[in-house]
Write a protein that binds this ligand. Sequence first.
Ligand code: SAH
Length: 244
Amino acid sequence: MGKVYLTGAGPGDIELLTLKAAKVIKKADVVIYDRLANPEILKMCKDGCEFLYVGKEDGKHILPQDKINEVIYQSALKYDIVVRLKGGDPFVFGRGGEEGIYLKKKGIEFEVIPGITSAISVPAYAGIPVTHRGISASFRVVTGHEAPNKETSQIPWENFKTDDTIVFLMGLHNLENISKKLIEIGKPKDFPVAVISRGTSKEQKTIIGTLENITYLAKGLKTPALIVVGKVVELRDSLKWFKT
Ligand code: SAH
């Protein structure tokens, strides 16, 4: 039986892959990967390494999660070194936890190799720190996949009244609902928002606006994209550094 490495691939810029991830990718017998991982990473693999694509796009799966779990398990029966490569960090909306639980049940050994999450690094590449002394003392990373008007919402919207930074992942298609909901709970209409598309890559694009106009301004932006809500967005004027 092989060992599975639940591995973070970082947000896009290949140099944001960790040394530990690179080491195991070079040794892998099979790499099971999804869309967000920079495909250039696969070029590091040894000859004969097998590639299995089980990609997802904004929560839409090519394969349902239980099938992905099974693919990983079956690979571990067949190969020694199995790398399950995921965009960003495997435990930040990456369902790496579910995969680990499945493997544990099946008696397969695994290791987690954390990755640089897009939630922090993509804002950083846009010149937006998620915390900043005197401006924001905490930040939240929230799924934007769930429609805010859903009655059974698991998102504690009422807690978002503070000025702390909120980063929404998987939320571009829900941007209008999210902005409306934040205004509804009492945030000012002119509260700063950034939407960053394809962060850390050469195609990175950042749109700055307010809760009131961001939906209009961000029309047509490509995925993957994330949303940053908070006064830290204004620091971009001074901290913008990454040129695409
Ligand atoms: N595990 C990943 C997140 C998976 S959820 C991580 O830690 O980064 C997928 C969401 O991440 C996308 O819908 C998008 O909101 C965000 N995302 C991932 N890569 C991104 C990138 N390069 N630029 C902007 N957003 C990104």
